[in-house]
Design a protein around this ligand. Structure first.
Ligand code: FE
Length: 237
């Protein structure tokens, strides 16, 4: 089996959220797809260890917010690399409760779907939840974030609980171009796998393309998971 074959699959990037006993939680997911049109049904695959899985299983509702290409990395990091067991992920986030009660993002979202769970399937490490869509709305214009764009342009990383293997997309992102900064070393975050690419910089944090890792300010932190510079190590070119 060639694991690289899996990297050729296409995905989007979403925040899937739910509400249980008055508490909200959500996470980044790449596996949302429509099953049928009449009635409208969708499916999402969620790791069994994630709090969102427990919420959806018990409340039988979930929302899907569709992220735009312009979504900042730290927003993805907030929903993708932190656990709702440690923090309230919706604190400080602009959202409202939909008609199911599930939280709906009012920032960094192009559109949302709300669904009631009508079936589910336990598959090894993940649960596939099948939902009947009860509400949907377009919130903004722009291109939706795709998984490929996230890795290639944003130097993204994948938590270990994702359906795709850790590091899968990082390799996709390391396609060499021949600009002046192509000789500069890339550095990888030992906590989350984010790769700092000097050619890209970290525009969300005001770091211009072409900035060597060594020249990053001392208070610069991983845009995905928030650890300091000292947690990074150089990766082979
Ligand atoms: Fe990190």
């Amino acid at each position: 089996m060639d694991p690289k074959a899996f990297y050729k699959l296409s995905y989007g990037l979403y925040v899937v959220a739910s509400t249980l006993d008055g508490k909200h939680n959500g996470q980044i997911a790449n596996t949302v797809f429509q099953i049928s049109a009449e009635p409208a049904t969708i499916a999402v695959s969620i790791n069994k260890n994630n709090l969102t899985n427990t919420y959806i299983k018990n409340s039988k509702i979930f929302s899907v917010s569709i992220l735009p290409q312009t979504v900042p990395l730290d927003f993805i990091g907030h929903f993708g690399f932190k656990s709702g067991r440690d923090i309230d992920k919706f604190q400080g986030i602009s959202f409202r409760q939909g008609q199911t009660g599930a939280p709906i993002l009012m920032e960094n979202s192009l559109a949302y779907l709300e669904a009631e769970v009508i079936d589910s399937l336990e598959v090894e490490t993940h649960t596939v939840f099948i939902g009947k869509v009860v509400n949907s709305e377009v919130l903004g214009e722009g291109d939706p974030m795709t998984y490929a764009y996230y890795f290639q342009v944003k130097s993204g990383a994948t938590p270990a609980s994702a359906p795709v293997p850790v590091g899968a997309g990082i390799k996709q992102g390391q396609t060499g171009s021949k600009s002046d900064s192509s000789h500069l070393k890339k550095y990888e975050c030992s906590t989350c796998g984010y790769v700092y690419d000097p050619e890209i910089g970290d525009p969300d944090s005001g770091i211009a393309p072409g900035t060597p890792f060594e020249d990053l300010p001392d208070d610069w932190v991983c845009p995905l998971c928030g650890v300091s510079k000292s947690e990074f190590y150089p990766v082979a070119p």
